[in-house]
Design a protein around this ligand. Sequence first.
Ligand code: PLP
Length: 359
Amino acid sequence: MLHQIIRSDIQEMTAYSVADAPSSCIKLDAMEMPYRYPEELKARLGRLLAEAPENLYPNPAASGLQEALRQAFGISDKADIALGNGSDELIQLLTLLVAKPGAKVLALEPSFVMYRHNAKLFGLEYIGVPLNEDFTMNLPAVLSAIETHQPALVFVAYPNNPTGVCFKREEVQALVDAAPGIIVVDEAYGAFSGDSFLPQAGSRSHLVVMRTLSKIGFAGLRIGYAAGHSLVMRELAKIVPPYNMNQLSLAAAKFALQNRAWIDRHIDILKQERSRLSEAFSDLGMKVFSSEANFITVKVNDAVKVFETLRQNNILIKKLHGTHPLLEQCLRITVGTPEQNDAVLNVLKNITTSILKPN
Ligand SMILES: *Cc1c(COP(=O)(O)O)cnc(C)c1O
């Protein structure tokens, strides 16, 4: 009975699986920031949250968080800002915005899985353009696919997940220039890279720049934001659920932005650790893809073996192997604290080179 009522394409989907890791585990699978607030900041945040009006519906538009984001990240007055319950929600709403029969969504492959997922969910055709083998962009192929398919929506992750590679700015600019519909530059890892399209937000009517607080310390708050021209953002605002953000997250996010120095200090540490880990991985024989994110993607000879060995040593990373042909024998490791990274290196040092070094 129910299986006749519920959409068969949804019945065929598998749920996004969140690894349930024991709390003792070194969790390097989901690009979470490994640092927590020190006691003093925790105490101040605690007092602030106690004052947040949990009895009242939130008013995200009047919360002041948009203004705080504008100040903190230099978003132009020309851009409107939308808040999402994680940027995942904004990906969903941006897709819904263009979900007309026959409309297409285009993204690069492999990239963030939610682009395809949401396209399918809203009945849109999904065009995935493969990256080059080194995870750089095949610009002529993307431009030609845009020309052929005239996608209503293009997603580019800049830097890309799950590869960590940042495309060239000129390439992304070329996609912005060529896109006939909305183009979303997803900068979930923007804080860890040297470049951003955020200053351009608001200057082109079809450009939306999306960011999140998740990768810079606050994945638990679920705060994503998108900045773009009012022509798009005004329409988006109509379909954002009125109470999509909650009082506690709004208050905690504003507090986080008032304490920017804490965030920046830890981003710096993680960037240094990214260099150190990349070099060490290379020295161990693994192929390292140059990352501008807070994770490192590597290719080894036996990804399953490396993944399992780390797992046995209480370290959880992401096994990319098996998720896309270009990701054969690939693993993704979130950059952790120096101690966590040392633990990873200690395990890897005891794995023979023939398993680590790709053919
Ligand atoms: C993590 C990630 C997101 C989702 O971030 P949330 O704000 O936590 O929903 C969006 N895009 C990319 C490319 C990501 O890797």
